[in-house]
Design a protein around this ligand. Sequence first.
Ligand SMILES: [Zn+2]
Length: 735
Amino acid sequence: METTPKRYLVTSALPYANGPLHIGHLAGSYLPADIYVRYQRAQKRDVKFICGSDEHGVPITIRAMKEGVTPQEVVDKYHKMLKYAFEQMSISFDIYSRTSSKVHHETAATFFKKLYNDNLFEEKETEQFYDEKAKTFLADRYITGTCPVCQNPGAYGDQCEKCGSSLSPEQLINPRSTLSDAVPVKKKTKHWYFPLQNYEAWLRQWILQEHTEWKSNVYGQCKSWLDQGLQSRAMTRDSNWGVKVPLEDAEGKVLYVWFDAPIGYISATKELTAQWADYWCKEDTKLIHFIGKDNIVFHCIIFPAMLKAHGNFVLPDNVPANEFLNLEGEKISTSRNWAVWVHEFVNDFPGCEDVLRYVLCSNAPETKDNDFTWKSFQDANNSELVNIFGNFVNRTFVLMHKLCNGKVPKFHNDIIDDTDKSLINTIQNSKSKIENSIEEFKFREALFEVIDLARSGNKYLQEKEPWKKTKQSTDNEQPTIEAQFQIDNCIHICLQLCANLAIYINPFLPSTAKKMCYMMKVVDKMLEWENAGKTKLLSVGYSLRPPELLFRKIQDEEIETQITKLKTASEEKSAQSSVENSQTNKNMEQNIDNKIQTQEENNPLVTDNQHQDKYSDGSDQTTEISKPEITFDDFAKLDLRIGTITTAEKVEKADKLLKLEVDLGYEKRTIVSGIAQHFTPENLVNTQVIVVANLAPHKMRGILSEGMILTAEEPGGKLILVNPDSLTKNGSSVR
Ligand SMILES: [Zn+2]
């Protein structure tokens, strides 16, 4: 059924407008999409590149409340920042819109209304906390009161930030609404659920049978979601910030942010072109969503099911999601300020945007999580861009000016040798290799091929040594005619290779390609893909400009400065956090959407993969996503139980270990735990803990340990016991 697409519609995940852009975002869904789109444009194909800010959802309303501004002011600020950062990095969207736009509100509401009219939603009533003064339902975070554990008067309805207890609003003493100070009351509320299970059979067929070509990380995640079984999901929320639910009895309700955000792709296309329907409704469109791995379920399962239900729109042809990019061996974390921010990079390394693009692509997390280090950034720049690519172009231009009067020399077919032929072949063959890799979303491979081509150029120059040919001729005089012919051929081929390199590097490093065009005095039209592989791109006798350095060496000091900056910023942030606990704050904000969802329906789709719901902040890859995904069956193998520590003592000659007796109700266990540096034994007695009860017994310091207790590790390494939020019967199982 593979037909040649008539047009391409390429989208990048809508970034969430409550924080700036970092390199993890870029590497995940923006740079790969931009490379792909620039390549398609060079192919002169009809392509539209769509993106915009995602501006709805609870985290934004909370940030607004905290900063004492309106949600609109929050999104205005970050929308501007994001847009600017993309421009700085030459991400060439055809439109960068936003979901607070009027067109989007209309489009999303109409979409919802269509599904509603077609009777595709389920209506369900649940009980939620309500503020009678402010006349609004309250997310848990909007409820504050006294912590039942530590008596902190400022605990939130989902967590006490002083003692770290996780709470529900019911547990707070003197609960109050943060909006009006009213006592929250429970009230029934109605929401509209989208029954994903009705689309399960179709999704299985569409993804698992018909899209086996999807990247294995994407296909695998889809399969695991589908194997767990799909359930109804609430597509509306009680809130005043978002797209209003377009129904009469839906006052104070908005569309769930994950319902409206992907529709943002459609809205933005509408804003871009009057022909938007060609892109969204005609079967010969190829729709491709570039995203990070945290968004796979939304783009591969929920949004396609919505599109299918609606019926008028094309479905994505591919969803080439990337894995995560780590930084210096750790997860990128907005809350810990462990990130390289794009706006800061641009400031610190002016004119080096292409270098960042290069490093992020050559090291892209295409198939697995990858690591960005400042050292590898420096190495890639100095040894690949400067020493291989830049060096070849520079040598060619210097030699051309020195040996060929600054003009493209003639090519003498009669004296062509095997070395020349081999390089010409390499230039011609590289086209299909690079092209195929890009078409298959293997951008690293394609970029490697480009650098390898430049490497071949250097090798060729090294073998030919045109600079020696003059010296062989008598005393610096004119070289012999034959020697000059050899020089001409060598420089001619090298210049044609430079022209090819400009075409090939253009999707990846557009500013570099532009500089090369300037040096070669050619117009951008030369960069069109149909010229790739050709060896007559620069005309004989044409005079070219003197060389400009394409890349500069990056010094050790610059790298050291960045590493110090990263560490200092991160330490400052954690020092600040220990005072204000803003860290947990941020993490909580991002989980609020999930929490609402979880409470409403206790949907395994959400609880088992909670972090994936976080949206957008593909950014905030804090600690929770550090392990590979497991199936529900894997999780079910754990026997977790509530137990009470009855005795605790230090283990002799082991300053980290404590020997604990734990009562599991049905039996008592001895557990050796490496927590001695964090707790005094006396304080642990009579404390409830969660025990991994079916861990194989093992000996530590001669003591048989029969299980393990769960602790949480704070970023500074401090351990906290994980325990039930109220006294629980020993032996109760934890699921
Ligand atoms: Zn507390």
